[in-house]
Write a protein that binds this ligand. Structure first.
Ligand code: ADP
Length: 543
């Protein structure tokens, strides 16, 4: 079948075919629509504006904050015979004048600029005169106040786009979550954009999370690596931990090469260790998150987080360095609650080095960082398929099949262990009773309290806080007195995970969700319906 776009792709870029989302984005942008394109790093976002620029004529203006990436792209485009040039602080006055002249004379192709170019009047006037055909904003999450990469100049892009006669805008990013996505749409003024989110799934990675007290972590780590001869990365949250873990792991794994990597080491030592890691089979790199930006070692079989990362985006990036070759690889978090405090400490220190920082903005930033950390902790603790949770976080709705994460594998085992002779899964009566007690407590507390308070009521905590709300008088008070509060909390979350209850932010309140029953929850509480089979995961494991 004839496919003119694909023919153009083969002819101009020498690539066989589009990746599915690329075609969608390209067709939309060529039809004059605004597009928000959310794809993970390496998915091929650049082609989404390079292709329309190369075949559609006119000037495509690309805003990017990454100077080194810009020059790489311009070089590659020129190699392919596509006109491209760039303007940023590295360009001399003479070259800049030449480029301005060329543009004035009707240059057609891609012009890459750093965002600060837009505060220069002569540049804005030039762009007003030539009217770019497409306006591409790379790293679009830089407009997000909540992101880690906020850039003030990005806030002005909307205004500049209007001055340029409102060309169709394509915004690209690898890190947009639902709220950041909304900010991009608002702050860039995208009009009824098509939002293309894709490809966050890494089916060959099996995610795991193991609770591990700090004192047993090294032992666990050595065991994990003894069973895995391939190379791996161990991520730690501090330089001190990197040094300690490197020393201890080298003692335990005598036949393996273990390298440290963190920003406190001098450049020569870092480069040397990185090189050795790349070239030594079965090598283990112990690192802070400073490691890995430029790492492209396809056969990493294992990424272990010795300490929890800061949030799910960071985790996705770091864990994602495993299994680039598409073969099975594992990503494990050794979860100890103490790590939470290290991350909290790091968040609270944000901005200390900058005494001029706007206090309110900084506080909001910190609050968001705390919420993201909370999501990460929930990721570690929830009994939900981990691949599903990661995809949901990025708003990727692709179905998950054949998952090998610890939750899915555990569920299979449990289901088998609890099946009757016909293979039907039996939910034991005591579990049904337990679930009904939890549901009743949530109902009695009227959707006014969070999970922690519900757990305290069920535990029968004699605290002033509960007394103040009169919660000690509820009939459900102390119904689960025999269980540890942590276990009660975990069960409440499970009840939420299976859809019998839900969390909701009360209007105007961020980060303190209350919990309430759903329709199915009410039915199960009133014994009109059986609890769902997935509650089996709450039973003690029989291994
Ligand atoms: P991103 O900006 O999303 O991180 P890039 O645009 O840098 O990703 O693309 C990553 C790599 O994928 C590049 O080497 C690019 O040439 C390659 N690539 C992009 N689209 C295709 C395609 N349709 N077929 C084959 N390779 C592609």
């Amino acid at each position: 079948m004839s496919d003119p776009l694909r023919d153009q792709l083969q002819h101009t870029f020498g690539l066989d075919d589009f990746r599915p989302a690329q075609r969608e984005v390209i067709e939309d942008i060529m039809a004059g629509k605004d597009v928000l394109c959310v794809m993970p790093t390496g998915a091929g976002k650049s082609l989404c504006y390079q292709f329309p620029a190369a075949i559609g004529g006119g000037l495509t203006l690309v805003v990017s904050p990454l100077i080194s990436l810009m020059s790489d792209q311009v070089r590659q485009l020129r190699d392919e015979g596509i006109p491209a040039c760039l303007l940023n602080s590295t360009v001399s006055g003479a070259v800049r004048r030449e480029i301005y002249d060329e543009i004035r004379n009707g240059f057609e192709g891609l012009l890459y600029v750093a965002p600060e170019r837009f505060v220069m009047d002569d540049f804005v006037e030039l762009m007003q005169a030539v009217k770019p055909k497409i306006f591409a904003v790379d790293e679009a999450h830089c407009v997000s106040m909540w992101g880690h990469d906020f850039r003030r100049e990005y806030m002005r892009l909307r205004e500049f786009r209007e001055k340029l006669g409102d060309p169709p805008c394509i915004a690209l990013t690898a890190t947009a979550t639902e709220d950041v996505r909304e900010e991009i749409i608002t702050n860039l003024g995208l009009r009824d954009p098509s939002v293309v989110v894709t490809g966050f799934d890494r089916p060959n990675l099996s995610y795991q999370c193991r609770p591990a007290r700090p004192s047993v972590k090294i032992g666990e780590l050595s065991d994990i690596f003894r069973k895995e001869p391939g190379s791996g990365i161990v991520y730690c949250s501090t330089r001190k931990n990197v040094d300690e873990v490197t020393t201890k792991l080298s003692e335990q794994l005598k036949d393996r090469s273990v390298f440290a990597y963190h920003a406190g080491m001098d450049q020569a030592a870092r480069t040397a260790n990185q090189q050795r890691f790349m070239n030594t089979p079965g090598a283990v790199a112990v690192a802070t998150n400073a490691f890995g930006m430029g790492i492209n070692k396809p056969d990493i079989r294992l990424v272990v987080h010795y300490n929890i990362p800061a949030n799910i985006e960071a985790y996705y990036q770091e864990a994602g360095r495993a299994g680039r070759d598409g073969r099975p690889a594992r990503c494990i978090i050794l979860f100890s609650y103490a790590d939470r405090h290290t991350q909290e400490f790091l968040i609270d220190k944000t901005g200390e080095e900058n005494p001029d920082a706007n206090f309110e903005a900084l506080e909001t930033l910190k609050q968001h960082a705390h919420e993201k950390l909370e999501r990460l902790i929930r990721y570690c603790q929830r009994q939900v398929c981990r691949r599903r949770m990661i995809l949901d976080y990025f708003g990727d709705e692709s179905p998950v099949t054949d998952c090998r994460c610890d939750i899915c594998l555990g569920h299979e085992q449990l289901a088998a262990a609890h099946a009757d002779t016909d293979g039907e899964i039996v939910i034991p009566d005591e579990l049904v009773l337990l679930v009904r007690k939890i549901l009743s407590a949530i109902a009695r507390m009227n959707g006014k309290f969070g999970v922690g308070m519900v757990a305290e009521v069920l535990k029968g905590e004699e605290s002033e806080k509960l007394a103040r709300w009169g919660l000690q008088n509820l009939s459900v008070f102390g119904l689960l007195r025999e269980l540890p509060t942590k276990r009660i909390m975990a069960m409440i979350y499970r009840v939420i995970d299976v859809g019998l209850a839900q969390q909701r932010n009360p209007p105007g309140v961020v980060g303190r969700p209350v919990v309430e029953l759903t329709g199915p929850g009410v039915a199960v509480m009133k014994a009109q319906e059986l609890p769902p089979v997935s509650l089996v995961d709450l039973l003690p494991r029989k291994d």
